[in-house]
Design a protein. Structure first.
Length: 300
């Protein structure tokens, strides 16, 4: 019964409205109001402030909401654990990652991993750190590899720093910018910019610029955005666009005729690594993949 009250509470908190929450839950407004009132009586605490238009969650309600969300995430992960125990002969490894990991680290790791676990199905989904972490907390990934700087630590979850990543501008080798001596940040202002952005994210211009460490002066120069890294490199390789990508992807950029404009213009490095639950180490195939990544980083 308490689970039902908490579900009702969470929906009201997310909609800020008894009416909208009742529509989502497919129950009447009076029944939902009674659920919230009973929960407040159980906790002896006001969870919402009633207003003319909707409700506003209280400080006590915020504390409860965070815990309810955490409980839901852990419940989803528990279901995955149960499914794993019931189907140990069917191994799956679901990974969330940034592009640097997918292109520069994973190829060798996967080759080694599949030798040890040939029957494991591997699924890799790329995305930005905050989105990957949100999905990870909901139990959708076994491990994520991403920028660690903006993520909030949680009990039972390991944040392991493995390397530092930065962005630098690249252009096709025949680009006129290379005719200049001692290329500076000011020189970049003379050309349009093409960037990569994950297709499942609808980002603002400022958000995209922040993720690529693009100076505010260069934001107006962003003229091409692609959700495909290959498409981005192909376009930049046949145009006068500049593009910011991690230098660790240089070996791929070179295949499209691109080269780094000036290593001295590299942005500040940020910490990157992997995030996983301590409990995940009980799964041999997950632990093996984590160990293989560590070994690959040490030898690269």
């Amino acid at each position: 019964m308490l689970h039902k009250y908490l579900e009702h509470f969470k929906t009201v908190a997310e909609t800020s409205s008894i009416l909208r929450a009742s529509e989502v839950l497919h129950i009447s407004q009076p029944a939902l109001s009674r659920s919230i009132k009973l929960l407040e009586e159980i906790l002896d605490t006001p969870l919402f402030i009633r207003k003319n238009k909707g409700v506003e969650i209280t400080e006590y309600g915020n504390i409860l909401y965070k815990q309810v969300c955490s409980m839901g995430n852990e419940f989803n992960y528990a279901l995955q654990e149960i499914d794993y125990l019931k189907n140990q002969n069917i191994r799956k490894l679901t990974i969330g990652s940034g592009l640097v990991w997918q292109y520069s680290i994973f190829p060798n790791v996967i080759q080694q991993f599949t030798t040890q676990f040939p029957d494991t199905q591997i699924r890799i989904i790329t995305g930005f750190s905050d989105t990957l972490y949100e999905q990870f907390l909901k139990g959708q990934f076994d491990i994520i590899f991403c920028d660690l700087g903006s993520l909030k630590p949680m009990t039972g979850i390991v944040f392991e720093h493995l390397m530092n990543t930065c962005f630098s501008f690249f252009a096709v080798w025949s680009h006129p910018i290379f005719s200049r001596e001692n290329i500076t940040e000011q020189d970049l202002l003379d050309y349009d910019i093409a960037i990569f952005s994950h297709s499942n994210i609808l980002s603002t211009q400022n958000d995209i610029s922040d993720r690529h460490q693009i100076d505010v002066r260069l934001q107006r120069n962003i003229k091409y955005i692609s959700s495909s890294m290959i498409n981005l490199l192909e376009v930049v390789g046949s145009s006068r666009y500049l593009t910011p990508i991690p230098p660790s992807l240089q070996h791929i950029a070179e295949q499209f005729g691109l080269k780094e404009i000036n290593p001295k213009l590299r942005r500040d490095a940020f910490p990157s690594g992997m995030v996983y639950r301590k409990a995940a180490l009980k799964k041999p195939h997950v632990k093996s993949y984590i160990d293989a990544v560590r070994a690959s980083i040490k030898t690269s």
